[in-house]
Design a protein around this ligand. Sequence first.
Ligand code: SF4
Length: 745
Amino acid sequence: MSNARTVYRVCPLCEATCGIAVQIEGDRITDIRGDRDDPFSQGYICPKAYGLKALHEDPDRLRRPVRRGQDGWQEIAWDEAVGESVAQLQAIKQRHGNDSVAVYVGNPAVHNLHVMTYLPAFYQALGTRQRYSASSVDQLPKMVSVGLMFGGGLLIPIPDIDRTSHMLILGGNPVVSNGSLMTAPNARKRLDAIVKRGGKVVVIDPRRTETARRASEHHFIRPGTDALLLLAMVHVMFDEGLVELGRADGLVTDPDRVRPLVAGFSPDRVADRCGIDRATIVRLTREFCAADSAVCYGRIGTTAQAFGTVASWAVDLVNILSGNLDRPGGAMFPRAAAVRGSHRKQHKKKSLRFGRWHSRVQGFAEMFGELPVVTLADEILSPGADRVRALVTLAGNPLLSAPNVGKLQRALDSLDFMVSIDLYRNETTRYADIIIPPPSPAERYSYDLAFYRLSVRDVAKFSAPALAKPADQPDEWEIMLGLTKGLMGQADVPVDAADEFFIGQLVGAEVGDGGRWDGLTAQEALEALSHRRGPARMLDLLLRLGPYGDGFGRNPDGLSLRKLEDNPHGIDLGPLKPQLPDILRNPDGLIDLQPELIVADLDRLRASIAEAPNSIVIIGRRHLRSNNSWMHNLEPLVKGPDRCTLLMSTADAERLGLSDADRVRVSSRVGAVTASVQVTPDLMPGVVSLPHGWGHDAEGASMRVAREYSGVNVNVLSDDQAFDVPSGNAALNGVPVTIEPISAR
Ligand code: SF4
């Protein structure tokens, strides 16, 4: 008799949170399809979803902890792995201080309920200020700009893509990413729908991307000049009397103080530098302002570049000054169902503080509790009593994602100790002394705490594990809690007792007097949650306290984890809703249109107008079947023609005498790689492109498929000295390079 069954889950592999129907026979996944009854994704999935099965079955995926010794890697017991890691970290902390241990958290951790709920306790136990994450090679400038403007690093206005009449996209490729800082499964259909209902999609990008090809209009732009274009648009808005605040009226600092800030950025002045002529800039602005509703959206090309924070600010200036903030079809704030602090009737209004500490070597300011990863290698390599000597990585592969790989490699090689919680022995974790693998994504609870805060509709969906994990395999939260209590000198305390302590802490912080739910006490909440443990319990607390919550029985139709369990396809909580002014967190209750930190960077931007452009710069790109570095060991996702090619414009190829498949040496200030050329009319002359996340030929890594389809690592070329000044985010796009033919046909 067949024991086949179908379970409905959320795909945890990227931001889009698509619903999947997973067919299971015994302990095997036999098929993965889109969940047609998921109210958000409505059956859509991308090819990566099948990667969930391949990832689960991958023989290279670690199933047990391993330790590196003189005779190579040996499997060790779970308790031994945790105990020895704690002992080594404690010894280093005692000898050299808390900051001698650094932590790096990779992008997949943000999709992971276990890490999201237990990371704060782990940080608390480590006590280090040397915290790094993939944020600072990605969206940190956006977090900084919205933090300063609205008062919170995740108060990011999201395109109301399903209702807008006009969408202006800079440096983003939603057709491939399905969003990114805009959770939007099947973004292609949503974008096509804008055009079908008579609206317009305009894409500004140095590459005619998959999104640009479907858009109403596309313009090339020189990498790193998005801020110039956007400020020129603001200039036109003031010049032509198009400024209109709409729902933001009365809720912003004096808009007239923006006018002098953009005075030096007229379309005439910036046109040549951007590569977009004056008349086009003026027309784009007029059309944006004249649309029934419009939204400007900037993604990785606007953040991971030299002027990321100013460009991110300028995106929101365009939205606010055209009256499109917080209105249907404009840029709106999602109302997530589970978010910390949502019980409070009145949100605390306080100034966001950056620079509570600084990095030792280059003096980078702390932001959101982290330092930028461009300086991690400095902090390890530069001599000094307080240098970093140990590293913990969590689902991170900075040797593929951070700049100046050669330097970072030397740094990791010099560490006294490194422990990684990771599925693979990859390019980075091969430097670890101990690797502790979490269960596969198919074996864990899932709820997207982060990305429902960035979603184009308010939705909630909880996934229990699709498959049971092996009996002796701890959950990821149990691994983290084991390390946490060990570092707190409480190794002998059982995991469940430690969990009681941390849920007590969370309930104490979240359930206070005078909250949203009248009369609720911490005791009542704790008792109601006592049948659960781990991340599920923390999630249940946040859901029940949240804006759609059941208030622990006070709103019987509201959300709880039980209700989500009873609705395995997920629950649609409706379109985005206007939220001004309640959502604002600045002490004066206003949107700061002129944050000091950003205004201080405008001189640098102004000076860039006169700079002669570099003859060739490199940018990254993303493919539908790839998500950063970590899915390249999955044959179904990497097979087929080589995707790690150097895209080059037809004009540049002719100038350099190059054709398809010719090999070239690409070099920058810090490194060189060899790549195959792919000539295309879809790239702006003066720009070449390599996808990121490749370069899997490192000795000691154990990812056989990835090695076979190795590709080259674009971050060998990116420069740790090139960064966005206000945030310290790496400027991965727009790196000057030299191209030398190796073999031209
Ligand atoms: S778009 Fe993202 S969430 Fe959706 S199926 Fe693909 S990888 Fe999964």
